[in-house]
Design a protein around this ligand. Sequence first.
Ligand code: ATP
Ligand code: MG
Length: 275
Amino acid sequence: MSNPYQDGRGNKDRSITNPAGQGSEMPRSKSGKVTAAGDSTAFLIGEAMTGGYGKGPDILHACTIAVERGEIAVIVGPNGAGKSTAMKAVFGMLNVRSGRVLLDGEDITALTPQDRVVKGMGFVPQTSNIFTSMTVEENLEMGAFIRRDDFRDTMAQVYDLFPILKEKRNQAAGELSGGQRQQVAVGRALMTKPKVLMLDEPTAGVSPIVMDELFDRIIEVARTGIPILMVEQNARQALEIADKAYVLVQGRNAHTGTGKELLADPEVRRSFLGG
Ligand SMILES: Nc1ncnc2c1ncn2[C@@H]1O[C@H](COP(=O)(O)OP(=O)(O)OP(=O)(O)O)[C@@H](O)[C@H]1O
Ligand SMILES: [Mg+2]
């Protein structure tokens, strides 16, 4: 079967992802592998996070997820593994009992989600990620809520990235198809001009063709220099575009490596990729 991601286009092209002036490529550990404990050089890292909801039991157990500058990191794992919980913990929607969150080297563990947005985090949650009764354009305007400057250029960039949204700018977002709604959600997050983008299942409920298109757009966003940390249920396709990948099981890091390493790992293949 032909696979559009087989050429490993991901964002391995450093001339695109890491243009001069955007800082240099961060070093990896000697083995070239990224350890489960994470890499302190990561641009965004939720490190050894333990915690759950309210006074409930711990859902995350020393869980680490991270993304490096210029890269796409992917989190996969079975339903209920804690993928969304880990994302929420990184975004500050969960009080972690231990562990910490670092953004560009700064400890932001104590910050509210709002303050994390101000610091440069963009987050597209798995559910309720758009305002259905508002128009597409109003959704994008809402995304720009923290900005005091002129955001028209950013809106034009979002429309360039997702031309269908420009066409449907005056339509209620709730009337759009699943794939188009996800574009609205990603576009809304881009309106803050984030330094890093977190996406929780951006391709949920869309057809394979739409999934491929969304992945292409996500790769395009990464190439503009915005690192992407995303949860994906389409594990194989996600690993193919992942610079780094995490398999979470029951709130723990089960496997960590490059996308290619995990695709080649017999245990990962057997347990998560259907052989
Ligand atoms: N708001 C919540 N309050 C209490 N428990 C929750 C809440 N959200 C999730 N959980 C529990 O946390 C665990 C992990 O759920 P989570 O949504 O993080 O998994 P997931 O890996 O994202 O699953 P999926 O693939 O279905 O999206 C589950 O046992 C779930 O029941
Ligand atoms: Mg989830």
